[in-house]
Design a protein around this ligand. Structure first.
Ligand code: MG
Length: 372
């Protein structure tokens, strides 16, 4: 008989939602529901124990009901160890598989492999090799040693022989602190059996972690006329040419298309609405300033750029020598890494308005991320 203990006791203070983060929908489904679904469909679990605070219990119960899972509830305590122990006391299985409710991307396969390992060896702990170097800095200021070889990041599920885990809890000293049960078991029973974890089995800690999949696409197009005696500004960079773009502002057609794409991703109005060409204060203004205001506008609605792309259509001048410089400037104006900015240019083979050098056009596509 296998019991899953899903730990949902944390207040999730670091996520800053003001309520249990495991009840915050992620792509429309709460992390707790995702966890419970994975455990149900793994097909290896006979009993579910949910550890949570008394005040959250009714909300977690609703989700169990929705998934037709007959869950037992245990009260979450101050520390993780105490919460797990509280769940363990309600568990009747001979194997228990403990899981953090904050790891909703756990796979059925990983659950099965941990349980199988516990049945065979007494324990099965999901862990992945450390990809960053880990150091000792006890005082938070001086690094005294660093390692990577032989180090692992420990995840959950962590499955144990229930009797052996209870023994470990019985033997542990009252004030002893363990970040999870693998440390407790290794100290008081035996080394834990490592089960190859999954990099996708991420833990949701901060508010940003909840933005997974919360991406919005936007598109923008602009065309400005080329005229003698005007400066040619593209992406905030002045390009030497005998003609420049005509407009109420500096007529930076590239930034205009990007601004419209950003606004459309956030389902806002277009730049003509926010920065009308009838308003004197925008006369001759640098479009870089308008982009700054646009970023503020979308930020107020909870969006930030994730990826920005644009294609500049110009017959002349030849833009390729300036592309890297423009791209770098876009990356700095948008506060995005250069790898998140995509920029290309093309002529229109002498065809149409752009081909006849009457103007320059830009098409932009963006992705923004909604954070709340
Ligand atoms: Mg324009």
């Amino acid at each position: 008989m296998i019991t899953a203990i899903i730990v949902c006791g944390g207040k999730g203070l670091r996520a800053g939602f003001g309520f249990n983060k495991l009840l915050k929908p992620l792509d429309g489904v709460t992390p707790f529901e995702k966890c419970l679904s994975a455990f149900i469909s793994s097909g290896v679990v006979d009993e579910f124990v949910v550890v949570c605070s008394k005040e959250d219990e009714s909300k977690f119960r609703e989700i169990c009901l929705k998934l037709n899972a007959d869950c037992v509830f245990a009260e979450g305590k101050g520390s993780r160890s105490d919460s797990v122990l509280s769940g363990l006391k309600k568990a009747t299985g001979n194997v228990v598989v403990i899981h953090d409710g904050a790891r909703p991307f756990v796979s059925e396969d990983l659950i099965k492999r941990c349980v199988l390992s516990a049945e065979k060896f007494g324990s099965g702990i999901a862990a992945i090799p450390a990809t960053d170097t880990i150091c000792d800095a006890e005082d938070g200021q001086n690094i005294t040693a660093s390692y990577r070889e032989g180090k692992y990041f420990v995840q959950t599920p962590q499955a144990f022989d229930a009797t052996l885990l209870k023994k470990a809890f019985d033997n542990a000293k009252k004030d002893e602190v363990f970040t999870d049960e693998s440390g407790l078991f290794a100290k008081y029973v035996a080394p834990c059996k490592l089960v190859k974890g999954e990099t996708t089995n991420k833990k949701l800690t901060y508010a940003e972690d909840f933005s997974v999949g919360n991406l919005f696409a936007g598109t923008g197009f602009d065309l400005h006329k080329l005229e003698k005696g005007r400066k040619l500004i593209l992406g905030g960079i002045e390009i030497p040419h005998d003609k420049g773009l005509l407009g109420h502002s500096d007529a930076d057609v590239l930034l205009h298309a990007i601004m419209d794409a950003l606004l459309s991703s956030a389902s806002l109005r277009d730049i003509g609405y926010y920065f009308p060409d009838t308003d004197e204060k925008y006369s001759g203004i640098s479009s870089a300033l308008l982009l700054k205001e646009t970023l503020e506008l979308i930020k107020k609605s909870g969006y930030k750029p994730k990826n920005v792309t644009a294609v500049i259509m110009a017959q002349k001048p030849k833009l390729s020598p300036y592309m890297e410089k423009i791209k770098q400037n876009l990356s700095s104006l948008l506060d995005l890494p250069i790898s998140s900015v995509g920029l290309s240019c093309t002529t229109l083979e002498g065809i149409g308005t752009v081909g006849r050098e009457e103007g320059i056009a830009v098409q932009s596509y963006v992705l923004t991320e909604k954070l709340n």
